[in-house]
Every structure is written in structure tokens, then in C-alpha cells.
Design a protein around this ligand. Structure first.
Ligand code: GTP
Ligand code: SPV
Ligand code: MN
Length: 595
């Protein structure tokens, strides 16, 4: 008798009418075969799906060019389909599930004619982890199928875990005709179901990632008492060999991948990578917060990645063996057939093909690589991979870092007064927008906990859930606010960032261990510079002081904006957050008076 997965696949095939159905087993041999299909047979926008790159310098690497209208997440076409609009909240685009299904069924009907339907059984999280979830995605695109093998744990483990149960997360994906008018990413939290049509781009098409591991999983977390977060996970080993684990939320293209693989600029400190984008956080039996990374790969921003900024990522990319590595919408060196992007080491190659496949003329001022061009690579290639990576229970988190891209106002680092104050810091986080989503770049928007595009339910309830988790923790992590992006009068970043960020992490570890002092301020606890390691750093003291400056007079507009933002959640907004808001406003008022 057919089991639930087989039945579901059969129904989807009846709807989408593919020529062939192929069940992926996640093997290396299979990935090679699918890539060959993508090179020789399957076309996207009239061109092959993959192009082989220079194997000597970039082993097992392939270039993928997506449709030029399909290069980033499309938040305006992403919907939460819950019968009750308020449950989705003002932070989500909403559609009634019935209406969404009717709309989507018309699009999916017959959309795989002449194509192959790939069935991808996969686990989010290590198959042995009690926190892992079994999932099945359907797609009609080889790039998506093989990317899922890199990004998740694909294969028999997932089917074994599901067995004859109905308990699996369902994802139906078709690239359709890539017409943005017919592009929708629909989430049905009540059914653990995602329907995505008309896009082949990462966050829209690799349904285990943002669609499941954040939007649907955040809803599961609310129900089951855990958190699904847009966070990296890392361990920092101090010179004595003690490892402190941290999780950090930063909005898209604001530095998670770079921090998670950082090469420490301070001697004696070592970074161990556990994840660069998503963390699932559970309260452990000992009352500590434990993090697992549900993913198995990195889908990282290419521009700016170099031996100087992120040597461990360059090593990861060049270490592709068992898993292939994809470069999506990067540029290409026409002579050597190597991938290229702005910010890569060395001189600009003489003959560059841009991300759309045309000869690049730098004098015209356009970028050769798309600003949101990305690599897809297995985390098992990473030289800094933590030995705890497959620990089914995850790692105990001692500090949570919340940040954004703020050119003004927000200090390099500060510590929250309490868990509740930390949650408030998360709610008021703002960030200047990046190219990771299709919208205007560089404008300030509030992005609480870096989850604005990813929280699958009303964010007022989400803040309440964070407060409740805090109450369940016997040993809550300390919460910190971070900002690498403060600029000076000339618009230049003041803080050197990247490997130098270890200085901030060191202060955080010292705070966790009660070794460093801190100064009270209206915003939070700021480092006392005598306890902040600046040895060997070539930045004038005055500039460092600028990084921590709190000028109450600059906060008037910011406070108004925070209040306006938080007000939209109405009755859903916990009173505790308003308490923190009022306390901040009062403290700023008093410090302005005392100036
Ligand atoms: P998603 O994958 O989109 O979720 O993003 P991410 O948070 O992993 O971002 P990533 O690390 O790829 O950040 C990319 C951008 O942030 C690039 O433009 C980097 O140059 C910049 N960046 C990362 N770390 C730093 C830093 O410490 N200082 C400065 N100035 N820029 C940084
Ligand atoms: C992001 O945009 O936050 C990413 C890339 O990590 S995507 O998977 O496309 O969402
Ligand atoms: Mn992300």
C-alpha cells in the first residue's frame, strides 16, 4: 500500500503532469548526473542551467545564471495563508488559504509537461537530532534539486523517519515560466505546506530554507515552545581552550556568513563554525538554550568575499570535493573560466563576462557580478567547522547578538540590562536595506531580530514568545546589540570589521564570565574601554570613542520611529516591551537634561 509520501507525490504529479518522476536518493553519483542534465539538456531562459568552471582552481564548481528578473527574494509576492489575517500579523502579506489554493492550482495545473518532477526527501537538522524535521520537496529544476542536496541532509534518512506517518513538511515548487506576474511563494502554516511558483532563486525555491526553517518553523516553534531564528551559530575558543557558543541575528547581507567563518585578528582565539543563516533554539533539560543548525550548507553572498575579508570561506569554496559548489549570477573570467566578483583577491581580469552573460565594460559603471550573486557550498568543506556540528542536542548558547546595518546612533556593541530589555533591543532593531531582496537598497527599515521577512505569524505574538522563552530558561544567555556599520563624517565605516570583530566577541565572553566592566548608558551597558582589547589596532582613540557615542539629541526622531513601528502590533504587543520603550525614552530625556 502506498504510504503518505507516495500518495502526496502522486497527487502533485496528477496536478503538474510531468513527463517523468524521479526520486532523489541524495548520492554523489546522482548529483553528478543531474548536473550533466543541467549542462546538456535542461534549459533556463533558453540557456543551459549549469556551466562547468575551471576545475583546477575551483574544483567541482559550476556557474548558474538565473533569469535576470529572478535574482533575489520577492517579499511582495510572499504570503502567509492562514484563515485569520491577524494571526499572520501586519508584518506579513496575507491571503486566505482557499483563495491562495485556487490561484495556485491554476498555475500548477500542467506546469511540468515536458519536464521531470524530482522528489527530494530531506532532513532539516541531523537525522539523529530530536529537534530535526523530515521534509519532502518537489521541484522541476536540476539547480534547485542539487542545491537542496548541498543545503540539507537529503536521502533515505528522511523517508525512514517519516515511515508510514503523515508527519512531514511538504513543499511543491515549479520554476513555471519565470514571469514575475505569476510568481508566488505561499505558506500554509496549518498544513506545514509551502507552494512556490515562478522563481528559481534561493530563498524562493529552496523551500527548506526561509520558507520552512523560518516561516513555517517559527509557527511550529510558537506551538511547541522553541524559536526558529535568522541567526548564525559559532563557538569561540579562547587561548586557554575554553569554547563559548553564541548565536547572532543580522538582517540579510549584513554579516552573518562573515562572522560565522571569521579568522580572528587576535592571537590565540579560534572560531568554530556551526551555521551561517538559521538557528533552531530549544530550552534544554538543564535550563540552558541549545542551538542546532537545520541546514547543511552555506548560500552566501559572493561580492566582497576574499582571502582578506573571509579566508575561511575562500578555503571552503576551493575545498569542493564530495559536494559540488554553485556560483549563481557571479561574473566569469572569459580567459580562465574562473568565477569572479567585485572584491575578490587579485587584479580585475582582462576579459570579464558579466552576470547576465555579456562582455563587461567597467567604464560603464555597472557591476560585473550581481550584488546579490551567491555561492552554494557544503558546510562540510569548511576548515573551521565545529566538531559539535552533528551533535544531535546542539550547543549551549551563552550570548545572543542582535544587530543591523546602522550608519548612525547604534554603538559597536552594548549589553542588555536583562532578557526583557534584550528582547526590546531586538524589537527596535533597524537596518539599512541590502540587495538580498528586491527593493530599494540603503533605506532604513525596522527589522526586529532580523526576522521581519521571515516570521510566519504576528510579530507582536513573536515578541511575547521570546519573553516566555526567557521565563523558561534557568540560565538565559546574555543579550547584546552589535553594529559593525557606523560611519564617520565622510561616510566611511569607522570599525574595520571582519577579523577585528573578535575584539567585540572577546568583550562579550569577558562579560559572560564576569571579567570585564561595563558603563551604564541610556541604551544599555557599554564597554569600559580599559577592558576592551584594542592592542595592535590601528584606529585612533577618538574614532573608537565615536563608535560608542550616545547623543540623546539624535534620538528624538529614532524614538518616534520606534514608537510608530511598535504601535502597529496593537493589542498583540506585550506590555513589557512598552515598559522598556518608556524606560528608554525617560533615560534619554534625563541624559539630555544633564548634558
Ligand atoms: P544572508 O545570507 O543574506 O542572510 O546574509 P549574511 O548576514 O550572511 O551576510 P554576509 O556575511 O554575506 O554579509 C555580506 C555583506 O556584509 C558584504 O557586503 C560584506 O562586505 C558585509 N560585511 C560583513 N561583515 C562585515 C564587517 O564586519 N564590516 C563591514 N563593514 N562589512 C561587513
Ligand atoms: C537572505 O536573504 O537572508 C538569505 C538568502 O540568506 S535567501 O536564502 O535567498 O533568503
Ligand atoms: Mn539569510
Amino acid at each position: 500500500m502506498a504510504n503518505a509520501v507516495e500518495k502526496w507525490v502522486e497527487e502533485q504529479a496528477k496536478l503538474t503532469k510531468p513527463d517523468k518522476i524521479y526520486w532523489c536518493n541524495g548520492s554523489e553519483e546522482e548529483a553528478k548526473r543531474l548536473i550533466e542534465v543541467g549542462i546538456k539538456e535542461e534549459k533556463l531562459n533558453g540557456k543551459p542551467v549549469f556551466q562547468k568552471l575551471n576545475d583546477k582552481h575551483w574544483p567541482n564548481a559550476y556557474l548558474h545564471r538565473s533569469h535576470p528578473n529572478d535574482v533575489a527574494r520577492t517579499e511582495q509576492l510572499t504570503f502567509i495563508c492562514h484563515p485569520d489575517k491577524d494571526t499572520a500579523g501586519p508584518n506579513n502579506h496575507w491571503m486566505d488559504p482557499k483563495e491562495a489554493k485556487e490561484k495556485m492550482i491554476k498555475l500548477f495545473d500542467g506546469c511540468m509537461k515536458g519536464r521531470t518532477l524530482y522528489v527530494l526527501p530531506y532532513m532539516m537538522g541531523h537525522p539523529k537530532s530530536p529537534y530535526a524535521k523530515a521534509c519532502v520537496q518537489i521541484t522541476d529544476n536540476t539547480y534547485v534539486a542539487v542545491s537542496m542536496r548541498i543545503m540539507t541532509r537529503m536521502g533515505k534518512d528522511a523517508l525512514d523517519r517519516i515511515g508510514h506517518s503523515e508527519n512531514f513538511v511538504r513543499g511543491l515548487h515549479s520554476i513555471g515560466d519565470l514571469n514575475p506576474e505569476r510568481r508566488f511563494i505561499m505558506h500554509f502554516p496549518q498544513e506545514n505546506l509551502v507552494w512556490s511558483f515562478g522563481s528559481g532563486y534561493g530563498g524562493n525555491a529552496l523551500l527548506g530554507k526561509k520558507c520552512f526553517a523560518l516561516r513555517i518553523a517559527s509557527c511550529l516553534g510558537l506551538k511547541e515552545g522553541w524559536l526558529a531564528e535568522h541567526m548564525l551559530i559559532m563557538g569561540i575558543e579562547d587561548p586557554k581552550g575554553n569554547v563559548t557558543y553564541m548565536a547572532a541575528a543580522l538582517p540579510s547581507a549584513c554579516g552573518k556568513t562573515n562572522l560565522a567563518l571569521m579568522q580572528s585578528a587576535l592571537p590565540g582565539y579560534k572560531i568554530w563554525t556551526l551555521g551561517d543563516d538559521i538557528a533552531w533554539l530549544n530550552v534544554g533539560p538543564d535550563g540552558r538554550l541549545y542551538a542546532i543548525n537545520p541546514e547543511a550548507g552555506f548560500f552566501g553572498v559572493a561580492p566582497g568575499t576574499s582571502l582578506k575579508t573571509n579566508p575561511n570561506m575562500i578555503k571552503t569554496l576551493k575545498n569542493s570535493d564530495f559536494f559540488p559548489t554553485f556560483y549563481t549570477n557571479t561574473a566569469l573570467d572569459a580567459d580562465t573560466h574562473e568565477p569572479w566578483w567585485e572584491g575578490l583577491d587579485g587584479t580585475t581580469p582582462k576579459n570579464v563576462i558579466d552576470w547576465q552573460g555579456n562582455a563587461w565594460d567597467p567604464s560603464k559603471g555597472s557591476k560585473a557580478a550581481h550584488p546579490n550573486s551567491r555561492f552554494t557550498v557544503s558546510m562540510y568543506n569548511c576548515p573551521t567547522l565545529s566538531k559539535e556540528i552533528d551533535n544531535p542536542n546542539g550547543v549551549p548558547i551563552s550570548a545572543i547578538l542582535l544587530g543591523g546595518r546602522r550608519s548612525k546612533l547604534i554603538p559597536l556593541v552594548m549589553e542588555a540590562f536583562s532578557w526583557q530589555h534584550g528582547v526590546f533591543l531586538g524589537t527596535r532593531t533597524g537596518s539599512e536595506t541590502t540587495a538580498a531582496a528586491a527593493h530599494q537598497v540603503g533605506v532604513l527599515r525596522r527589522d526586529p531580530m532580523a526576522m521581519l521577512p521571515f516570521c510566519g505569524y504576528n510579530m507582536g505574538d513573536y515578541f511575547g514568545h521570546w519573553l516566555n522563552i526567557g521565563k523558561k530558561l534557568k540560565h538565559a544567555p546574555k543579550i547584546f546589540s552589535i553594529n559593525w556599520f557606523r560611519t564617520d563624517e565622510n561616510g566611511k565605516f569607522i570599525w574595520p570589521g571582519f577579523g577585528e570583530n573578535i575584539r567585540v566577541l572577546k568583550w562579550i565572553i569577558d562579560r559572560v564570565e564576569g571579567k570585564a566592566s561595563a558603563k551604564d548608558s541610556a541604551l544599555g551597558l557599554l564597554p569600559d574601554l580599559k577592558d576592551f582589547d584594542l592592542s595592535g589596532l590601528d584606529v585612533p582613540k577618538a574614532k573608537i570613542e565615536q563608535l560608542f557615542m550616545v547623543d540623546p539629541s539624535e534620538w528624538t526622531a529614532e524614538l518616534q520611529d520606534i514608537e510608530k513601528y511598535l504601535s502597529q502590533f496593537g493589542a498583540q504587543m506585550p506590555e513589557a516591551i512598552w515598559q522598556e520603550y518608556r524606560s528608554l525614552a525617560e533615560k534619554l530625556h534625563h541624559s539630555a537634561l544633564s548634558k
